[in-house]
Design a protein around this ligand. Structure first.
Ligand SMILES: [Cu+2]
Length: 122
């Protein structure tokens, strides 16, 4: 009976794999960008995140309070992320989506300094 049960599980696994393959249902992908203190200052880690379209990016404030503010004309976004919390956004369009934390970053003459980052969607 052990053998039969094992065979049933294998058949079930193959069936599920076949169903997901034929329907084209893909698992949702979420990647993280973390606001951390690197010993000197607050940074986004990673600073640049390359993702495929439909990926959800989750920014998490690991050390300290932060926010995510878009910069550039191709998107508009502003969310606070108090210490220990996170916010998420799904990127469906290709492009480079730049952002910074207004508490620990600054933009002057189009140049971002401090806590700056970008999501590159391809
Ligand atoms: Cu910050």
């Amino acid at each position: 009976m052990v053998g039969r049960r094992h065979r049933s599980i294998v058949v079930l696994a193959i069936t599920l794999a076949t169903i997901s393959g034929t329907t084209g249902i893909a698992d949702a992908v979420t990647v993280g960008v973390r606001g951390v203190f690197n010993g000197t200052r607050y940074v986004w880690k990673p600073k640049v995140r390359d993702v495929a379209r439909t990926t959800t990016v989750r920014w998490r404030a690991v050390h300290g309070d932060h926010n995510v503010k878009s910069r550039g004309a191709n998107w508009s976004y502003f969310r606070s992320i108090p210490n220990g919390t996170s916010v998420a956004r799904t990127f469906n369009r290709r492009g480079t989506f730049r952002f910074y934390c207004t508490i620990h970053g600054n933009v002057a003459n189009g140049v971002c300094s401090g806590m700056c980052g970008s999501i590159v969607v391809s």
